[in-house]
Structure formats: C-alpha cells, structure tokens
Design a protein around this ligand. Structure first.
Ligand code: ADP
Length: 586
C-alpha cells in the first residue's frame, strides 16, 4: 500500500499515539451511519406490508419503532465517534506541540538562523492545524461514508442481486471517469508547478526591484517578467483545468441522483416486464440507491484531505527528527572565563571546510578583533563560540571546560552576544531587555538601557518602557541593536561576542553604539567581528581569517611589522574597506 494510507508512513508515525481511539471512532461512525439508514429499509418494508396486506398494525408499528430507535442509536454512535475523534485530536495536538517545543529547545541555535520564522510557524501552527482536520474529521467522515455505502450495497444485494448489479453500475463508472480526469490533469501538473515557481520568482524580483523602479523609472524588465509569468500561468492553468472540468462534470452527472434513479427505474421496469421481480421490489432500490451518491462523493473529497495531511505529517516528522545538540551526561561549571579555541575545524557540507584548524585564546579582560573578507568564516567562528552548533573537529573550552560539557543556561550567563540580526519579541521594550533576566527590576532595566544609550529614546516612545515592539515601538536598526546591547548589559556576562554594525546604523546611532560598547566592554572579554578601524587598531589581539584559516594573529603594530596579509591590507588603504576590495590571500 502507498504512504497515503492514514496508518502507514509518516502519517502513521504521527498518528500512532491515537491510533486506537481513531479506529474506534471510525467504527462507531460507520455503525452509526448504518443504523441511520434503517428507516429507508423500514419504509420499503412497510410498503410491502401495506400493499400485500400481509402485515398487521402491530408489525407496521414494530417496523416504525425499530426504524426510529435505529436513527436515535445511530446518531448517538456517530456523536460518540465524533467526541472520541475530537478527544484524540486534542491529545495529539497537545502532544505534538509539546514535542516540537521540546525539540526546538534542544536544536542548535544555528538551526534557527538557517530558517525563517514562517517555516517554523508553518509546522507548529499550520501543519498541526491540517492534522486537526484529519484526526477530528477525516476518520469519522470516512466511517460514516463507508458505513453508508456498505450497508446500502449489502441491503440491495440481499433484495435482488441482479437489479443491485445494474443499479450500482454508475458508481464504478464514476470512479473510472474520475481516474481519467486526474490522469489528464496530472500531465499538466508539472507545468502548473513550474508556472507557480515562475510567478513566485518574478513576484520576489518585482517587489525587491520596486525601489529601483520608483527611483530610476525602470518600468521595463521586472514588471514585464511578472506580467508574462502571470499570463503564462493563466494559460497553463486553463490547460490544466479544461480536461479536469469536463471529465469531472461527466463523472458527477453519472452519479447525480436523477441519473441513478433513472437507471434503477429503467432496469426495474425491464425486470418487471421480464417477470423477474414484482413492481414493489423496485421501491427499496429507488429509495436507497440515490442515497449512495453523497457518501461516495464525500469519499472522493476526503482523499484530498488525506494527501494534504501526509505532506503536513512529513514536515512535522522532519521537524521532530531535527538533530539536537548533544547534551552532557554531567555538566561541569567553568572555572573562570578564559576561552580557548583548540584546533577547531567546521564544515556545513561534508568535504568543504568553512574553518580549518583554528586555535587561539581569549584572555580574560582583553579585546580580540576578527577580520577578514566576506565569507572568510568570521561569523561561523563567533557562532561556534556561542554554541549555535558544535565544531566538527577540535574543541572550544570556557574556563577549562569543553562547551559541550557546559549546561546552556550556564553558558549564556557567561557569554553574551550582540549580533547584527537582532531578534526582538512582540512584547514590551522592558520585557525585551529583561529577556535573559525576567526577575530584573525596572531600575535595573533602565540602568542597562542608559548604559546602552537607548534610555532617552525609549522615554520618547508613547508608553515608554511599556511600549510594545512592532506596535507603538517602531525602532530603527541601530536602535534595535542598542536594545540588544541593553539586554546583554543586564545579563552582565564576563564575555561578549559582538558582530559590529556595518552600514545598518546611521552615523549618530553608530556613535551611540560605539559609546555603549566602550562602556560595556570595560573589564570584560570581548570578541568582535570588526568592521571599524578603531576597534581593530586598539584590539589586544587581531585574528586575520582568510578562507577559513587563521593566517595571522597579533597586535596591530606587530602585524604591520610582519609585512604579511594584514600589512598589505593596510597598504591598500585601511581595513574598513576589506569587504569590497580584492584581497591578497594569505
Ligand atoms: P563571514 O562572516 O566571514 O562573512 P561566514 O562565517 O558567514 O563568513 O561564512 C563562511 C562560509 O560558510 C561562507 O562560504 C558561507 O556561505 C558558509 N556558511 C555560513 N553559514 C552557513 C550555513 N548555515 N550553511 C551552509 N553554509 C554556511
């Protein structure tokens, strides 16, 4: 069987904890729907009793009583099934949300920088929502539809198998047409997907290029490409839907109640003419057969839900299987704040090292600047220190203890970070600053904000420290970075990893950030991915990275005297232009 069976493949794995409940819910719904159809047989039976005058009032009364009782018991069973399915859904959703939350707490921080929050949100919210419609509704609907079809077919065959055979003919024909429709449209599916991708790309290009269009009046390219993609897609989509719509219309016409009834009556009359059945024997067929249309169509629709749920389950399974950071069996407390990077190598893809055999020490209270061209591995090195991921080879120690042996809260109490991509929560400014120290008093928060040069700007916000980020606190890039400096200040770590702002901040903000950092850095160990001349010049140690290797290390004067890569960089006109210059290699 294919993976689209609800109890196999990724979906089966995700549904495993509630499989029993879902099976019972399906059975209850199936039995319930069978019972609710008993009155139809009851009516046919009463008709026979009345017309042939073989029945007493008592027999008719019994038939009515059994029919009514069946409807009530059937509805009670369906309700019980629905209740059980919703309970299973609630249990599963709760369990999945907790499991994903738990997993996300353990995945390396680097995992988040490689993903957009909308990707994570899709799995946690949308995919779980998709599973909700499966667990809460699919199984009971399946049970009801299959139950109704099954009991109807058995009843009709029992009444007269020959007439049943003919009366049921439109239904296999319906699935045959449907299959053809799906096959015909499948040929165009690739074109539709390609068309969608073309629209996606051209939308991004169109939106990204909007400032250029506005500034330079480039009304041509991006717009034309977008319009061509949209027009192409419209044509492709028509090609995709035309065979589908025609075949679907034929299929639906085949099982429309009036068609089905027509077949029953024609075949029934023929049977009567041939003397095979009595006219009244047509009645159960006329009552029951048209009722098959709805559940069969329903079965077709819910298969679509199943396919969507399989895709959602695959994404959830992948999320739940995300590799986690190794947690130490026993945690050790670092002794001091010296950091040693020992022969560290790291690769994101096998065989292509981003960092190779890097070793250096961050002595307490000193400032180290990492410089090098774009792509040299500076951010990767800083992120390894923050344990966004673990190195493939070598080790990094803090206070003599391998980072892998340090419990995360202990690590982040000792190493703070201010990175270029500042993450702020949709919460008050005060809460954003106190993220790592929820118990901090307002006075402590304000003191941190003062040191980070952001206090007076916060006071200008409509509700001051209570203003909510993204609502009444709209902050510029530089202001956001100062807010994250305040966050680090409040945590008061002995070590700070800092990715210096480049072009993001305006001159005034830039000066404020530098001032804040200068205050904060006093007496602390600082590792800076440096973009500024004065940071590099005054650092106690400069690490020159190139293509993942540490080419040179030392103080500004020493490195100049060495006449190596660093000296060449200076000769080229200063480090601040490194990113844009063709660099000599080491
Ligand atoms: P720098 O900070 O010096 O500009 P990075 O450390 O950001 O350099 O990147 C070094 C190399 O590693 C680059 O080639 C970059 O494309 C690659 N890289 C960085 N992060 C990832 C990642 N998460 N997955 C794959 N490759 C990455």
């Amino acid at each position: 069987m294919s993976d689209s069976s609800p109890f196999l493949g990724p979906l089966g794995l995700v549904l495993a904890p509630v499989r029993g409940r879902l099976l019972i819910a399906t059975l209850l719904a199936a039995c319930g729907s069978m019972l609710t159809l008993v009155p139809l047989a009851g009516i046919a039976h009463i008709g026979q009793l009345a017309i042939y005058a073989t029945g007493t009032a008592g027999a008719i009364g019994w038939t009515i009583a059994v029919s009514v009782a069946s409807v009530f018991v059937g509805m009670a069973l369906i309700t019980a099934g629905e209740f059980l399915a919703h309970q299973a859904d609630n249990h599963l959703t709760h369990r999945l949300r907790l499991a994903i939350g738990q997993r996300l707490m353990q995945v390396p921080l680097g995992w988040f920088s490689e993903r957009t929050s909308s990707e994570v949100k899709r799995a946690m919210q949308d995919d779980i929502g998709t599973l909700h419609s499966l667990t809460a509704h699919f199984f009971t609907t399946l049970g009801r539809a299959v139950g109704a079809v099954l009991v109807s077919v058995i009843y009709l065959v029992a009444m007269d198998w020959r007439l049943a055979l003919i009366a049921l003919l439109p239904f296999p024909a319906f699935f045959l047409f449907l299959h053809r429709a799906v096959k015909a449209s499948a040929q165009h599916m690739g074109d539709v997907a390609a068309g969608m991708a073309r629209i996606d790309n051209s939308v991004v290009e169109f939106v990204n290029g909007m400032p250029l269009v506005k500034a330079f009046g480039d009304h041509g390219n991006a717009q034309d490409r977008y319009r061509a993609a949209v027009d192409d897609f419209a044509a492709t989509f028509t090609g995709f839907t035309r065979p589908l719509v025609t075949a679907m219309a034929r299929a639906n016409a085949l099982i429309a109640p009036v068609t089905v009834l027509g077949v029953v009556l024609l075949a029934g009359m023929l049977f009567v003419a041939l003397g095979w059945i009595e006219p009244l024997q047509i009645l159960p067929f006329a009552l029951v057969t048209p009722g098959l249309c709805a559940p069969l169509q329903l079965l077709h629709f819910i298969t679509h839900d199943l396919n969507t749920a399989v895709a959602a389950a695959q994404r959830l399974q992948a999320l739940l299987a995300t590799p986690v950071l190794a947690t130490p069996a026993t945690c050790t407390l670092p002794n001091g704040s010296e950091v040693r990077v020992e022969q560290v190598s790291h690769a994101f893809a096998p065989g292509s090292n981003v960092l190779s055999d890097i070793s250096f020490t961050l002595a307490p209270g000193t400032t180290t600047a990492i410089i090098g061209p774009s792509g040299a591995g500076k951010s990767t090195l800083a992120r390894l220190l923050l344990r966004f991921f673990d190195p493939d080879a070598g080790r990094i120690t803090l206070g003599g203890v391998d980072l892998r042996q340090v419990a995360s809260p202990e690590l982040y109490r000792r190493i703070g970070f201010v990175l270029q991509e500042v993450r702020l929560l949709h919460a008050s400014v005060a809460d954003n600053i106190a993220l790592g120290r929820p118990g901090a008093t307002r006075a402590q928060i304000e003191a941190a904000a003062r040191l980070a040069n952001i206090h007076s700007r916060i006071l200008q916000l409509p509700r001051g420290y209570d203003s909510v980020v993204g609502e009444d606190a709209q902050l510029s890039g530089g202001e956001q970075q100062r807010l994250s400096i305040a966050r680090a200040v409040l945590l008061d770590p002995p070590l700070l990893v800092l990715d210096e702002a480049t072009a993001a901040a305006d001159a005034e903000s830039e000066a404020a950030i530098q001032d804040a950092l200068a205050h904060f850095a006093q007496g602390r160990t600082l590792l800076v991915i440096a973009h500024r001349l004065d940071t590099v010049m005054h650092a106690d140690q400069i690490l020159v990275l190139d293509q993942g290797t540490l080419c040179e290390q030392g103080k500004h004067d020493e490195l100049l005297a060495r006449q190596g890569l660093y000296a060449q960089l200076w000769a080229q006109g200063g480090y601040q232009d490194t990113e844009s210059k063709a660099l000599p290699t080491c």
